[in-house]
Write a protein that binds this ligand. Structure first.
Ligand code: SAM
Length: 233
């Protein structure tokens, strides 16, 4: 039998002991349903889902020492680049039924899978089929959010994150920005690309708290954790 214990500092995060190997896990909000083929396991009458760092950059960042953790029950999260919902589903587990994940995805084909795999089983995920470059078009996001997670893999991903934050992120709220260094400028060294993106965030009212390299889980990716210190304009 696998033992699972709660992380002492990060609500909603669990650690499963798999014969000596530690794996992050979340409590399954939709029992019996595996979203992307991840293993389900029961411990103490509760079902958990293993969180695969090779499939979800947030799990990779946690394993690589992400210090801040802005999630927890009841949190409101704006997620840009939801794709088929791998990471969205774990955040949905963590924020529980009292929280909300607004999941923005531009591709209709991908969004269909998001609906089928995730939204159908999780009332706390609100799908928004829109271009994240047009945050003024999101009909369903009411009020401000506590956390913005941005993983759109676009050259202007930092500008996209900033414009969404201006509109929807509360003061003191957290931004987790996945920087795909190669999609920004293939001719620059990754460190140089990251320095440039960090500078954009700093000049837009963010305090940059940490940059986590995602190797070996993801090549050429880093996750930037920043906090909005200047009120959204
Ligand atoms: N975050 C996902 C996860 O961990 O499960 C993976 C995201 S994938 C790298 C990037 C996604 O962003 C794709 O599904 C793509 O269709 C979407 N995307 C790209 N440009 C976008 C835009 N302008 N607005 C909204 N979504 C976009």
């Amino acid at each position: 039998m696998t033992s699972v214990r709660a992380d002492e500092e990060r609500p909603g995060l669990y650690w499963a002991d798999l014969e000596g190997r530690r794996s992050p896990a979340t409590k399954n909000l939709a029992p019996g349903i595996s979203v992307y083929g991840e293993q389900l396991l029961s411990s103490g009458g509760v079902e958990y889902r293993l969180w695969d760092p090779y499939r979800s950059k947030l799990a990779g960042a946690i394993l690589n020492g992400l210090r801040g953790y802005p999630f927890g029950p009841g949190r409101r999260v704006l997620y840009l680049g939801a794709s088929t919902g791998t990471t969205v589903s774990h955040i949905s587990d963590i924020v529980e039924a009292s929280g909300t994940v607004f999941a923005v995805e531009i591709s209709q084909r991908v969004a269909r899978e998001l609906l089928e795999r995730v939204v159908k089983h999780r009332p706390n995920v609100i799908p928004i089929l829109e271009d994240a470059r047009r945050p003024e078009r999101y009909g369903f996001v009411y009020g401000k959010v506590d956390v913005e997670y941005c993983d759109v893999a676009q050259q202007d991903q930092t500008e996209i994150a900033i414009s969404n934050a201006r509109r929807y992120l509360r003061e003191g709220g957290d931004l987790l920005l996945v920087v795909k260094t190669r999609s920004i400028d293939v001719t620059k060294e990754p460190e140089e690309v990251i320095r440039g993106e960090v500078a954009k965030l700093r000049s837009s009212g963010f305090e940059v708290l940490q940059v986590v390299n995602l190797e070996p889980y993801d090549r050429d990716h880093a996750l930037v954790h920043a906090r909005l210190t200047t009120p959204s304009r």
